[in-house]
Design a binder for this molecule. Structure first.
Ligand SMILES: [Zn+2]
Length: 340
């Protein structure tokens, strides 16, 4: 398959994104608009300068960029800008549906009123559907490094406010020194309230963290799960119980969890029958796009178009969409795969 026909094939596949952080999804255009609204934040308001500031260098610089964007989010207008900016980018790549991770605790800690956050999300979500044809759902996640207090506050906020489109409850932030088990009561309560459990695990620590996410947090999907390949019993468990992994190859290279896409264990996961989905994590900050992830595993790991269509179908099945919508998307994927 030539580069052009591969690109058009990947574009034609209707795609679903299951692991993308709202703050980390901010494009240069969005950040430019935010920086011009908040000049005191010190983020460049000149495009060329901003592009230089925004280009990925290393993990420490990524954290600087991430927190600089976070610091400019003060009200519903800022949140709406983020949401509609993400939707425009998803539409450009023929992504039809995304489950977007939002970290309410960080926004509330920064002084944003809960009502502003919720209005921004809800208004942005409506605009995403009407103007871009992209459906969005939310995952509210706990910033793990902020401990059980963040767990409790995130749970209370999620259950009290329950905005339209909230489908999942997550856990992010650093894994080292942040055990999954301490968040068990919050996940239990969230699941009892009908939210799906989708914690990060096995991104920067070993397979034991993935086991803990499964046993302690009732994980229905695993954010990353990269290190699962170090434990054959875990791979077998994930495959048998059809627990999907939200794999983010470019992010894993950027954060140095794997040396290169060519060395990424995604092929091994697939060979063991694990349900793999491809995702972007913090796309512009890592220089990633969802189409780029599909292209990268095709060119670097030799996945053919049937396998790419299989990955797109996995994401549909692993999503929390209704059955009717899943069936329609799966049919579309089949048609694209059959036509080329
Ligand atoms: Zn993530």
């Amino acid at each position: 398959m030539s580069g052009d026909s591969l690109r058009s094939f990947v574009h034609a596949l209707p795609k679903v994104e299951l692991h993308v952080h709202l703050v980390g999804s901010a494009s240069v255009d969005t950040v430019l608009a935010l920086a011009r609204r908040h000049p005191a934040a010190g983020v460049p308001t000149d495009r060329a300068e901003l592009e230089r500031f925004y280009a990925f260098r290393d993990f420490d610089h990524f954290l600087r960029v991430y927190w600089a964007v976070q610091s400019m989010l003060t009200d519903r207008h800022d949140i709406r800008l983020l949401v509609t900016g993400l939707a425009a980018e998803l539409a450009r790549q023929n992504v039809r549906y995304a489950e977007v991770t939002v970290t309410p605790y960080n926004h509330l800690l920064d002084g944003m009123a809960g009502e502003e956050l919720l209005s921004g999300l809800t208004e942005g979500r409506a605009l995403a559907a009407v103007e871009h044809g992209v459906d969005l759902a939310w995952c509210f996640d706990i910033p793990g490094e902020k401990g059980v207090r963040a767990g409790r506050e995130t749970l209370l906020f999620a259950l009290r406010e329950r905005p339209e489109g909230l489908v999942a409850f997550g856990l992010g932030g650093p894994e080292v020194g942040v055990g999954r088990a301490m968040f068990e009561p919050f996940f239990t309560a969230a699941r009892e309230a009908g939210l799906h459990s989708v914690p990060h695990a096995g991104e920067t620590t070993g397979p034991a963290t993935v086991w803990a996410a499964l046993h302690d947090l009732g994980a229905e999907r695993i954010g990353h799960g990269t290190s699962a390949t170090a434990d054959p019993a875990l791979l077998a468990y994930l495959a048998e119980h059809r627990i999907p992994l939200e794999v983010c190859p470019t992010s894993n290279v950027a954060t140095r969890q794997v040396p290169s896409i060519a060395a990424h264990p995604v092929r091994r996961m697939l060979d063991h029958g694990v349900v793999v989905t491809l995702n972007t994590d913090d796309p512009p900050m890592f220089g990633a796009t969802l189409e780029g992830e599909y292209l990268a595993v095709a060119t670097e790991l030799g996945l053919g178009r049937a396998e790419l269509a299989g990955l797109a179908a996995n994401a549909v099945r692993a999503s929390f969409l209704g059955e009717e919508r899943k069936t329609a998307l799966l049919r579309e994927i089949e048609a694209v795969a059959a036509a080329r």
